[in-house]
Design a protein around this ligand. Structure first.
Ligand code: HAM
Length: 412
């Protein structure tokens, strides 16, 4: 028997209803904040991610699913931001609309070692606001992330924020760190020894305890920020306080993708174990320009849906579902029943029937398993009298209704 690829999941119908609820609530909140949906392809030119995430980042070096096709190399998208900015420019949204607020929901792919909360195919609910450098937009984005968590019924999360500063600040910080950390190189883990050469900022958020101890003394607090970036960060913090959003300053938070500058943030949850980030995001003020567009700034975030569901396991059956289950007894009733089933669905009443010719008792059990709120019973005798029995499953009451009044009766 074939097995699914490691690090991928089948989302079976029982779980799918939680997914639908999460997605529906997300769409509602995005729409409250006036974000519009964008859907981009799952495959992109691999070079897009080399260019934007950074050729020395873990994702690009080790985690991309690549498809080699004659002269081209495509990648299954490992994240959404680069694709959205590519699409924004390719479709001339920069010229035609300028400022946009976009959201997306869909699968992402990273060739990681699978473990709890870390998959090879996972799903993002994310958003990007492109075309403004306003600190108020950073605040909106973080507040939107928090509203989503509230809508999903997730509590106990922690919002951590930091500012990386502008490109110049980041470069100066990297140089400084490189100099300092080279002196301690032998005490760092193997990965960090490599990071000093390739992506020194990532040493700051290495999870190794020893590395943490060493970098603690070099954590820049806000000393690496130029006056403009300092002011921007202070506006972000004031804005969050103004909205009573609780956050922690995390000077070691740098995030794994090269395109970030200024504000970065991460939202963690204690139920998740070692992969404790349920979502993360930040500013990317040079990304549009790096992809050949004008100087336009952006900010966004993404939640990992699988991790959201780990943080809220008892989520959320679809409360609106009111299934009507039809049981027919006898051949004539069966054919009349199919007509009634059709009428119910045309009247937008969710309805199903038994296709396995089960006994009344067994069919009642299926209705129960299907969580039907009403069961209709139609036998040849009822049909002769032009009536149908309607059983209310929660109240355990039953009444007879003329078939021609059925829809009206069920809609009350
Ligand atoms: P990211 O931190 O790489 O950011 O991913 C965002 C979230 O996706 C993580 O916080 C985590 O919940 C989830 N996630 C990441 N990798 C996996 C995995 N292998 N398995 C399960 N869940 C995972 C980004 O991708 C940025 N594009 C976010 C962003 C949008 N920044 C600005 N705009």
């Amino acid at each position: 028997m074939f097995k699914r690829v490691p690090g991928t999941k089948d989302i079976l119908p029982e779980e799918a209803s939680s997914w639908q609820t999460v997605e529906a609530r997300a769409r509602k909140i995005f729409s409250l904040y006036n974000y519009q949906e964008i859907r981009t392809p799952i495959i992109e030119d691999a070079a897009l991610f080399n260019r934007t995430l950074g050729s020395t980042t873990e994702i690009v070096q080790k985690q991309m699913f690549l498809i080699h096709n004659q002269d081209d190399t495509y990648a299954l998208r490992p994240e959404g931001t680069a694709s959205i900015v590519r699409s924004y420019l390719e479709n001339n949204l920069d010229k035609e609309v300028g400022f946009v607020k976009l959201y997306y929901i869909g699968p992402m792919f990273r060739l990681e070692r699978p473990q709890k909360g870390r998959l090879r195919q996972f799903h993002h609910i994310g958003c990007e606001a492109i075309g403004s450098s306003s600190a108020a937009l950073d605040v909106e984005i973080i507040s939107l992330a928090e509203q989503l968590l509230k809508a999903f019924g997730i509590t106990n999360y922690k919002i951590k924020i930091n500012s990386l500063g502008c490109l110049k600040d980041k470069q100066a910080l990297s140089l400084n760190l490189k100099e300092e950390l080279q002196k301690k190189s032998e005490e760092l883990c193997c990965d960090c020894q490599e990071r000093i050469k390739t992506n020194v900022l990532r040493v700051l958020d290495c999870k190794n305890d020893n590395c943490q101890k060493i970098v603690k003394q070099f954590c820049p607090q806000e000393s690496h920020l130029c006056p403009d970036c300092l002011q921007h960060f202070s506006q972000v913090k004031d804005g969050l306080n103004n909205l009573n959003i609780k956050f922690e300053i995390a000077p070691h938070l740098v995030r794994g993708l090269d395109y970030y500058n200024r504000t970065v943030f991460e939202i963690s949850h204690p139920d998740l174990g070692s992969q404790d980030a349920i979502g993360a995001g930040g500013r990317y003020n040079n990304l549009v320009k790096d992809l050949g567009g004008p100087e336009l700034e952006g900010v966004g975030f993404a939640f990992g849906v699988e991790r959201l569901l780990l943080a809220k396991t008892n989520l959320i059956q679809n409360p609106d579902k009111k299934l009507v289950y039809l049981i027919t007894l006898g051949e004539t009733a069966k054919s009349a029943g199919l007509k009634i089933l059709n009428q119910l669905r045309n009247a937008e009443i969710p309805a199903d029937t038994d296709y396995l010719n089960r006994s009344l008792k067994a069919a009642m059990r299926s209705a129960n398993d299907a969580k039907a709120s009403l069961v209709l019973i139609l036998g040849d005798d009822e049909l002769k009298k032009n009536i149908i029995s309607v059983k209310d499953m929660s109240k355990s009451t039953q009444k007879e209704v003329p078939i021609q009044n059925l829809i009206e009766e069920l809609k009350c």
